[in-house]
Design a protein around this ligand. Sequence first.
Ligand SMILES: [Zn+2]
Length: 317
Amino acid sequence: MMRMNRIVLAMLLAAGLTSCAAPPVDTKPFTVVMLPDTQYYSAKFPATFAAQTRWVRENAGKENIVFVTQVGDIVDNVKAPEQWQAADAGMSLLDGALPYGVAIGNHDYDDLDKQASPTFASHFGPKRFAGRSWYGGGTEDGQCSVQFFQGAGRRFMVLHLPFEGSEKALAWAREIIAKNPGVPTIVSTHCYLCPGGTPFPDNPAAGRLGIKAVKDKLIDKCPQIFLVLSGHCPAEKPEHRMDANAAGGKVVSLLADYQFLPDGGQGWLVLLTFDPAKEALTVRTYSPTLNKDLPGPGGLFTLPWPDSLKALAPAAS
Ligand SMILES: [Zn+2]
C-alpha cells in the first residue's frame, strides 16, 4: 500500500494535480454587534444612539464586524415621531456599511395586544431593506425578518422574531429554516432571558405564545439555532445561560439591557467575537461614549463553542 501511495502521489505531482488542493480554511475571528434596548437614546439621548452606530461603522474593519442586531425597544414611545427619527438616524449610519436587522420590542408596537405594528413596519419593515443582498425577506408587519452574513468564510443566518412569539411567526421561521437547512442561525428577539440566567416568566397575553413555547416549538427543535439574543430585562452586565436542544446540542442565550443606567444606558453595546481557530465565543461590553470596556468579569467572558458551529454550512458562492 505504501509503495502504491508513492506511485499515485508521483503521478499526481507529474500531472500538477496537487495544486488543486482545497483552499485554506478561513479562521479569522469575526464579530457580531448587539445593540441592547435603545429606547431612551431615541427618547432623550439621540447622540448616544448615533455614537454607537458610528463607532460600529468606523471600527468594522478593525474588529471585523460582520453583522449588527438591535434587539428591540428601538423607541420608548411609538407615537413620538421624533423618536423614530432618532432611531432611523442612528441605524442609517450602518446603511451601505454592514448588514443589520432590528427585532421589534414591546414599546415598538402600535398596539401590542392586537400585535399591530404599522409604525415599526414603516421604518424597519421590508421596504427599508428591499434590494440589499444580505436581506432574506420578512413579513409585511415588520415583526419577522431574516438576514445573512459571512463569518470565517461561512454563511450565517439571523432571524429577528416578535415579542413573545406567535404561531404565525414560528411558522414563518420554520419555513425559512427549511429553506436554509444547516445554516448556523442566530435568533434575535426582544425578550427571552432574565437576569440571573432564568427564562423570562411565561405569561403570554392576547394571542402571543410566550417564551416557553418559542423555546419548545422553535429553538429546541432546530439544531442549527445556536444563539438567542435578547434585551427587555434590565441588567448591569450581560447574562447568559446554556441549554441543550432536542438534538443534544448547546444553545446559548444572552441578555443585555442597560436602559436604567445613567444617560439611557451609557452607550454600552455588546461585541460577540467568534474565534474559529480557538473555538471560543467571546462576549465583550464596550461603550463608545465612555470609550471603555465594562469592567469586571461580567464585561468580558468567553463562552464554549456551540456544537452546531462544528458543522458549519458551506459558504454561499
Ligand atoms: Zn421591552
